[in-house]
Design a binder for this molecule. Structure first.
Ligand code: PRX
Length: 569
């Protein structure tokens, strides 16, 4: 099948978000509920029997859901939550692996006007605790295998009233506040009163890492659908006949915006694999499902490259017609490699949790410049600001801060309970994502790194602050500093510098113990891949640790005059 051949110029001419509103049949002021748009509306359009979700796990189990199944099962989750007293505006956490209940539960939560709070299921109890506490979450939907993490923190979470276990097998008794619910009881609810949310009603609360404080809850509203629908249609090029695979986990924003909302709102069939990464496993999945559009991430692409061209050749990849990538810099080698082995380039897309949808990208048919993120999506005004003056840079090639004019539909509306941090994201009426880039004379953006200390490991943001705080909870750690260290596959990994308390001696065993401690408390992503023992850490005169100095050493960069670093931290 051909790409939509409309040119970039045609797309931006007279662009208005009402294009998306019209296609969705939405009029300003009307009820707007993402849960309804992603299931009931598709059924009403005559696609009730079309496959919405094809799912498999590592045990070889397979499940298929039509749009009507998704509609009825999300109704039943919504009705069940209501029966527990959950109402509009309540936060309901989805804490599951990539199982069907996660995708369908997300819609069920939205249908009753509650706020969906997805959290990465590999989070440890501490990561889970700070996010549930901040959000004042009322209910959590989870699996047996994760319930012990919730039990551990329950006593400190008075707002958490219900723990809904979707795969309770009756073998072990449920404990305080726990209830069992299954979507496989054969009793899908035929009709549900959808809560009449409107454009500005809150929909999703995603937590993202901050540099200096606890993670921030990014509040989105139902109107985000307008951006998510159109960007998926134009950038991912999704069409009715597509079989789509988004490899992201809905614990993170790509997995919700483009792993649930956009594909379902467009009525396409999507495939989901709840299996750990393996190159051949992925190729086999593409061959088996006949995936046509594939949205993935640079770390995965680099891992595929490492597995070699021979692995690709063993499978039939001819169904693929469009490839996209997100989350971290997509190096030019990865684009050139994909052109060689799949005959298709990966199209980069740049955005973040706060933007809710793709901001800068290579639209299909646009010339891909390997290594560049592409141009601003139609309707998005993006530029780079001078790092010192905050004025827009006019000379091509000069690096500055990425800045976007506020006002697109899927923009976050707040950081939960953190007005101060929210305000800090704006300057001179520009929204600042916190990244650096240059723009060339054709308007293409070239990513040049983050403007803060946040570590992007394999496309996942990790806050050095969170890891440092957790390290201090280990009995042996006196002080720590956490920075990014270069890595061939993940681009960056977490490295910790640690000084030990008297009575503790540096050793390999202690290093492993500390690593494991962080893995369990926070997550495997946040676990330092290396711990370097130091007697003391470099500090400013006022006593703050100079992370940037440590980072510069890891990256073999010039440290220069350290006095200039003192105020940065
Ligand atoms: O630093 C940018 C990087 O990932 C950050 C956003 O992370 P998160 O909120 O977790 O959302 C990830 C998925 C949308 C950005 O501020 N990033 C994202 N896409 C790219 C990127 N860096 C370089 N190139 C990209 N295409």
């Amino acid at each position: 099948m051909e790409h939509n051949s409309t040119s970039y110029q045609d797309r931006i001419k007279d662009f208005d978000w009402s294009i998306s509103e019209k296609e969705l049949g939405y009029k300003r002021g009307d009820v707007l509920n993402i849960g309804w748009y992603c299931s009931d509306r598709i059924c009403q359009m005559g696609k009730a029997d079309k496959l919405a979700l094809v799912w498999e796990n590592s045990a070889g189990e397979e499940r298929k859901f039509t749009y009507n199944d998704v509609r009825r099962t999300s109704n039943s989750i919504g009705a069940y939550l209501r029966s527990l007293g959950i109402k509009d505006g309540d936060r309901v956490c989805l804490f599951m692996d990539k199982i069907p209940e996660l995708y369908i539960g997300f819609l069920g939560v939205l249908k009753i006007g509650a706020i969906a709070q997805p959290l990465f299921s590999a989070f440890g109890d501490e990561s889970l605790f700070v996010r549930l506490k901040d959000a004042g979450t009322r209910a959590i939907i989870t699996q047996r295998k994760h319930v012990s993490k919730v039990r551990k923190i329950l006593a400190q979470l008075p707002s958490l009233e219900r723990i809904i276990v979707v795969d309770h097998d009756g073998k072990k008794p449920l404990q305080e506040k726990e209830v069992a619910f299954s979507i496989y009881d054969g009793k899908g609810v035929e009709s549900l009163d959808i809560f009449p949310t409107t454009a500005e009603s809150p929909s999703v609360l995603h937590y993202t890492s901050g540099t200096t404080g606890q993670p921030k809850g990014v509040k989105h509203v139902h109107y985000s659908l307008i951006s998510q629908y159109l960007t998926a249609k134009w950038v991912l090029d999704l069409k009715d006949s597509d079989i789509y695979w988004c490899t992201a986990d809905p614990g993170w924003v790509t997995g919700t915006s483009y792993g649930i909302i956009a594909p379902f709102a467009l009525g396409v069939t999507q495939c989901v694999q709840d299996v750990g990464f393996s190159a051949e496993g992925w190729y086999k999945f593409i061959e088996k499902c006949k995936v046509t559009v594939w949205y993935s991430a640079p770390t995965a692409i680099r891992s595929l490259m490492k597995a070699g061209d021979e692995a690709v050749k063993k499978y039939n990849m001819s169904s693929l017609r469009h490839l996209c990538s997100v989350g971290e810099p997509l190096n030019s080698e990865a684009v050139i490699w994909s052109e060689r082995v799949f005959g298709l380039p990966f199209h980069d897309t740049y955005w973040q949790t706060e933007t809710g949808s793709i901001m800068i990208t290579n639209l299909p048919g646009m010339k891909v410049k390997p290594g560049s993120m592409g141009r601003a999506f139609p309707g998005i005004t993006a530029t780079v600001l001078d790092i010192h003056t905050s004025e827009p840079i006019t000379s091509p090639g000069k690096v500055g801060l990425i800045a976007i004019k506020p006002g697109w539909p899927s923009m976050m509306r707040a950081y939960w309970n953190n007005e101060h941090a929210y305000k800090g994201k704006f300057k001179n009426n520009w929204y600042l994502p916190g990244d650096r880039s240059s723009i060339d004379s054709d308007g293409y953006f070239w990513f040049a790194g983050r403007d803060d200390d946040i570590i992007n490991t394999g496309g996942h943001l990790v806050s050095p602050f969170e890891v440092e705080s957790a390290l201090l909870e280990h009995e042996s750690v006196a002080e720590s500093a956490v920075v990014a260290k270069p890595d061939q596959i993940n681009m960056e990994v977490v490295k910790a510098f640690v000084s030990l308390k008297p009575g503790f001696n540096p050793s390999g065993d202690l290093e492993l113990e500390i690593m494991n401690f962080i893995r369990k408390k926070l997550s495997p992503l946040a676990m330092p891949q290396e711990i370097e023992y130091v007697k003391s850490l470099p500090k400013t005169r006022s006593g703050k640790i100079m992370r940037r100095l440590l980072r510069a050493k890891e990256w073999g960069q010039e440290i220069g005059d350290t006095s200039t670093l003192e105020d940065d931290e």
